[in-house]
Write a protein that binds this ligand. Structure first.
Ligand SMILES: O=C([C@H](O)CO)[C@H](O)[C@H](O)COP(=O)(O)O
Length: 210
């Protein structure tokens, strides 16, 4: 099980400073969608150059032009690129084919997917690398989490790795770990903590014990 730090509400210098504090405790750095909107793919390049030993995920949430957009993120240094589960199969195929050329990975974000199990089976057959259940900021504000969805996709996914994102905190991490995802994605649960280093370190410990 790996830990991904999601960076959403920072600029490039702030992102670098945050990663420097917790680099020993995380496996993947996510350049979040808001950061890509504000800073462009330069943010991916800046973090990959500064922390070459960490994997970098570009949270582009690709919805169309899968091959092209994945190509641009990979050129910028991304190891993993996100594509939306609600995208057309042709978009997913284009993304998977493009990433495979350089042994990079596609993580499909299941945000807004209605029939999670059925779509997860289809995505698994399309060869995506990760399937991620996700309660986005707006549904988190309505009290939603994705713990049950994680259990549901674990039942049907045979090849892809599974991931979970959205509002995970130290207090809820044990419940997440019990469902055994391959990747746990945490943003505010680390970056909003009073002691960022301690939060990341405790999360890593819980994950290692899990
Ligand atoms: O993907 C995300 C969200 O849609 C904003 O772009 C976040 O990175 C993801 O939800 C993880 O962040 P937290 O919910 O703060 O843990």
């Amino acid at each position: 099980m790996e830990l991904q730090l999601a960076l959403d509400l920072v600029n490039i210098p702030e992102a670098k400073a945050l990663v420097k504090e917790v680099e020993a405790y995380i496996d993947v750095v996510e350049i979040g969608t808001p950061v890509v909107i504000n800073e462009g793919l330069h943010a991916v390049r800046a973090i990959k150059d500064a922390f070459p030993n960490l994997k970098v995920l570009a949270d582009l949430k690709v919805m169309d032009a899968g091959g092209y957009e994945v190509m641009k993120a990979v050129e910028a240094g991304a190891d993993i690129v996100t594509v939306l589960g609600v995208a057309e199969d042709s978009t997913i195929r284009g993304a998977v084919e493009e990433a495979a050329k350089t042994n990079k990975k596609i993580l499909v974000d299941m945000i807004s997917v209605k029939n999670i199990e059925e779509r997860a089976k289809e995505l698994d057959a399309l060869g995506v690398d990760y399937i991620c259940v996700h309660s986005g900021y707006d549904t988190q504000a309505e009290g939603k989490n994705s713990f049950e969805e994680l259990t549901a996709i674990k039942r049907v996914v045979k090849n892809a790795k599974t991931a979970i994102a959205g509002g995970i905190k130290l207090s809820t991490l044990p419940e997440v770990i019990a469902a055994k995802p391959d990747l746990v994605i945490v943003g505010g649960g680390i970056t909003g903590h009073d002691d960022i280093k301690a939060a990341a370190s405790q999360m890593q410990q819980l994950i290692k014990q899990g």
